[in-house]
Design a protein around this ligand. Sequence first.
Ligand code: FE
Ligand code: CA
Length: 529
Amino acid sequence: MFTENILRSALRKEGGINRRWFMAYVGCLSSIPLLGRQTRVLAEGRFRSYPFTLGVASGDPTSTGVVLWTRLAPQPLEPGGGMPPESYAVSWEVANDEHFKHVVASGTVAATPQLGHSVHVEVDGLQPDRWYFYRFHCGQEVSPVGRTRTFPMADAMPPRVRIAVTSCQNFEQGLFTGYEQMVADQPDIVFHLGDYIYEYEAGKNGKVRTHHGKEIESLDDYRARHAQYRSDPLLQAMHAACPWIVTWDDHEFDNNYAGAISEQEGIDPVAFLARRANAYQAYYEAMPLRATSLPRGAELRLYRSVPYGKLANFHVLDTRQYRSDQPNGDKRSPLNDAALDSRQSLLGTDQRNWLCHQLITSSATWNVLAQQVMMGMVDRAGNPEAPEYSMDQWPGYAAERMQLMRFLQSRRISNPVVLTGDIHSNWVNELRVDDRQPDLPVVATEFVATSLSSGGNGTERPRGLDALLAANPCVRYHNAERGYIRCDITPTRWQADYMTTDDVLRPGGKTFLRRSFVVESGNPQVQTS
Ligand code: FE
Ligand code: CA
């Protein structure tokens, strides 16, 4: 019922009824306690228009808590979101029911201009494995209602979990139509694997709608871009429907960057890191992340494990911030000495050590790597005489990739599954220590989710498909349609449903199930269902 309601209201807004709230503020705030001297109580303040234009979100649940998010932005595209440079008291409440008759937790936090008037509440003390409703108040204004959930206790074996996997939502190239079906799918969790925004200037990829402003560089630029994306009613509806677990790829900062290195020659690394600090801070402000991800200058810790009882452990990776430069000038190349150089790393030493530790100490049935770039060693030329691999993806870091595969194999890590975004096409890949050798045992399955909107309408049979499949026996499925992946995970079975949206260029596109694949616990070989 709740998801039907938020969908209905999102579609109404998308249909052009732009609700504007011009409520002159006259009341006082007797119910909201002062938070300290710098927190402004709104006695003399007023909102020119509704401050919760960006909706609400939640993320990174534990068995007793979850992060609740909102951001005050009465004028989302203006610098500062249209807020004065002062702090505001925002109260929050969590209830068992969507009408807030049974409030089980509440409090007040400060929305500060330093963090773009974003709010990140880390609620704790909730019951495990159940759904809750939440909302925010500021002055007399009330946010939309969000629905979220806690995860099962660490030692519980839940019978199932449903996740949705999405990535690459270029605002100019397509509508976020897929989220309509995703809301209806009622997943327990959404994984966003990167390219949540694109940094490009207005009109660069313009097809269906236009970015606000020039290529984003300043903190206010990145904030406004996130706000523009989050103004999308369907994206807001999906955030309000369940918790999200997010990680980024390159476009949250700059195309194909590697650590502190730009894809362009001659960029001053100090200026580039200053820009990275802007991008990372705006990302933190826009996402339901814990304080462990508070940015420190140009650094932000995003890699983390999120366990779902004993059923699944989601290891969320960051393959952008710590990577070494792409070899071979980031051009598609054979797996030459540069690509196989053991000094090449996508993870960096700290994250790699952390990941190995998480994997050996995990007692989960499914060990999921939720990450950005394709791990399958796929010859993209589809030509055994002159194979070409992407140097921006794991093949450009082939030694580390093979080391990871050997680790999963030798340590007998339980049911590894890799989830990937980035390349605007769907793939199912068998992963081996070396994917060029089909006689080696399969170590894991990789499910690559296509873009939600990037690239506009795609195709079920991309050019050269037959040659690509013939040259790459590790690839079990590939198409270039738009959509997302819906996964139903039980203690014995992982089913991945490839959901396809038929039209992202006009409103009214439909999303349907194109193909399903299954991995059974104990057998890494993927099967068609
Ligand atoms: Fe992308
Ligand atoms: Ca990307």
